[in-house]
Design a protein around this ligand. Structure first.
Ligand SMILES: [Fe+2]
Length: 324
């Protein structure tokens, strides 16, 4: 810190001299800033986007030819929101990636402070995520949680490649700072017991049955929350929306950042001036402050991943007025 004294400020004879003294101390003035610190409505710095599973799967198959087994846990495709300069977040607080573990491969155990979950897309029998020493089966349509600091590995003991989507709150951890990560000392954590009924697993058949028993929130549309009752993750909300063939629903713009993947079905979604046609396994970024209108061509199940618990807890979950 340079030596600027109270007397120097007393002697300042012009605004320019005052600016020079402030600059020497690394102090910014609040009355003449080029960018305001506060503004009336949330910035829309992320955009709606869509990625196709069909293409992602082909890209993973190509990566499978070049990325060796030693790096199996990192053979993934990160869906960075297509805004200038962005290499990582899918929406402001969340990241989504496609991953493939080849038949017979294992991905080593590790744990991190970031919360993670996966939606299983295509696997053969006997593909597992090992969570805290238990083998949790991965079946198409299942959602598996690995909350903050749980050990996890993947073991594909089937004869087919396994494909899934990962969702993590890493952008939130980057923002707040509490990143911790470590590899398991055994490489792959020892696990003999198969835990089909693990509380960390939401089998699709159960999700489907729960939805069938749920009341409609709009004509032909039903919604449930995974992790309610717990286990739930403190930063991420998981919901599944069933939309019957020909049905539709709308979400008003809000501060919520969302990512969707259709677990089954096909249809289209409009977010302001962008319309995407989606089918099973695709990924759709629904950033905050954009309206969403979802329409299903056939009976569809949409996984919605959002930062709702975080925003609710902080009293920052609010509607945002439409911009156009
Ligand atoms: Fe991980």
């Amino acid at each position: 810190m340079s030596a600027v004294t109270a007397e120097d400020y007393d002697k300042a004879a012009s605004m320019e001299e005052l600016y020079a003294l402030l600059a020497k101390q690394g102090i910014e003035n609040g009355w003449n800033k080029p960018e305001p610190s506060l503004w009336p409505l949330p910035n829309r710095d992320f955009v709606p986007a869509h990625w196709s599973y069909r293409e992602a799967k082909a890209a993973l198959n190509a990566a499978g030819r070049f990325v060796n087994t030693e790096l199996a846990e990192r053979r993934n495709l990160i869906l960075a929101n297509p805004i200038p300069g962005n290499k990582y977040p899918t929406v402001k607080t969340l990241i989504c990636a496609y991953q493939m573990v080849k038949a017979g491969e294992t991905a080593r155990s590790h744990r991190h402070s970031a919360n993670a979950l996966r939606l299983v897309l295509d696997t053969g029998e006997n593909a597992f995520t090992i969570v805290d020493g238990k083998k949790v089966p991965m079946v198409s349509g299942d959602v598996l949680l690995t909350p903050n600091w749980s050990w996890h590995a993947h073991s594909n003991e089937s004869t087919q490649h396994a494909y899934w989507m990962d969702f993590l709150d890493v952008p939130t951890v980057h923002l707040l700072g509490p990143m911790f990560f470590e590899h398991h000392p055994e490489g792959i954590e020892k696990a003999d017991e198969i835990a089909s009924d693990s509380p960390m697993r939401f089998p699709f058949e159960e999700t489907k049955a729960r939805l069938a028993a749920e009341k409609e929130f709009a004509a032909g549309c039903r919604i449930i929350e995974l992790g309610n009752p717990p286990p739930a993750m403190k930063t991420i909300s998981l919901k599944v929306i069933r939309v019957d063939a020909g049905a539709s629903f709308e979400l008003e713009p809000s501060t919520l950042s969302t990512i969707y993947s259709p677990m089954y079905g096909a249809g289209k979604v409009t977010m302001e001036d962008k319309t995407f046609t989606w089918s099973r396994g695709d990924s759709i970024a629904g950033p905050s402050s954009y309206p969403q209108r979802w329409e299903a061509e056939e009976e569809s199940y949409l996984l919605q991943v959002s930062d709702e618990p975080l925003l609710s807890r902080l009293d920052w979950l609010r509607p945002v007025p439409p911009r156009s």
